[in-house]
Ligand binder design. Structure first.
Ligand SMILES: C[S@@+](CC[C@H](N)C(=O)[O-])C[C@H]1O[C@@H](n2cnc3c(N)ncnc32)[C@H](O)[C@@H]1O
Length: 197
């Protein structure tokens, strides 16, 4: 199995218990660079798979092949800074493995994204809609709607705004977890809609 592990923003105390457990249990832990290495090193003996800046597309297929082969009969972890699902080197690797090595089971462990952790340092809150962008692209393509109680109705509004691929995530990582593409009329308070353009 291949597990994508989130290392958090930098402080080795900002990993989840689950992330630490997998780092300790894995037969092999890979990291994409020195910073990730320094965090993971607190829990295991990681190995750096160097991906030079801007060379992800060129390097990813080879790395994917290597990880897929090793993950067939061993527990392999690939750990990145922040949360593994946001702008990480694992995204492309995971995509290639899913397409070319479908027999490899892939899981991920969520973590503290840098842009969430930053607010703790600033001592500021966010209680209004917000945007996470990159330097070269301010046009968001993902919309997350919190506090959704009437998913079907809210999804109509999202569709008007151009979001087509809409999923309800209810009670994530809690008892009664539900991921629904067929949207119900009502959902619990612990629900969000995630739409992609
Ligand atoms: C390749 S992205 C990785 C994002 C990461 N997966 C996350 O969830 O935070 C790298 C960018 O994330 C931001 N970043 C990551 N760690 C950070 C930290 N500890 N402090 C400030 N920014 C950070 C910076 O903008 C950096 O250029």
């Amino acid at each position: 199995m291949l597990v994508g592990v989130s290392l958090g923003p930098g402080d080795p105390e900002l990993l989840t218990l689950k992330a630490v457990r997998v780092l300790k249990e894995a037969d092999k832990v890979y990291v994409p660079g020195e910073l990730a290495y320094r965090i993971a090193k607190n829990f295991c003996e990681p190995e750096i798979i160097e991906i030079p800046m801007g060379k992800g597309k060129e390097y990813a297929p080879k790395i994917a092949e290597r990880l897929a082969k090793e993950a067939k009969d061993r527990l392999i972890a690939y750990a990145t800074l922040g949360d593994i699902h946001f702008f990480s080197t694992f995204m492309l690797i995971r995509k290639i493995i899913k397409e070319n090595y479908p027999e490899v089971e892939i899981k991920t462990i969520p973590g503290v994204a840098s842009f969430v952790a930053a607010f703790s340092l600033l001592n500021r809150d966010v209680d209004k809609p917000f945007k996470v962008a990159t330097q070269g692209n301010f046009d968001e393509e993902v919309l997350i709607v919190l506090k959704v109680k009437r998913p079907k109705k809210v999804a109509e509004k999202m569709k008007e705004l151009g979001y087509g691929d809409i999923v309800l995530v209810e009670r994530a990582f809690m008892d009664g977890e539900r991921i629904a593409r067929e949207l119900p009329e009502k959902s619990s308070y612990f629900s969000m809609l995630i739409g992609y353009k």
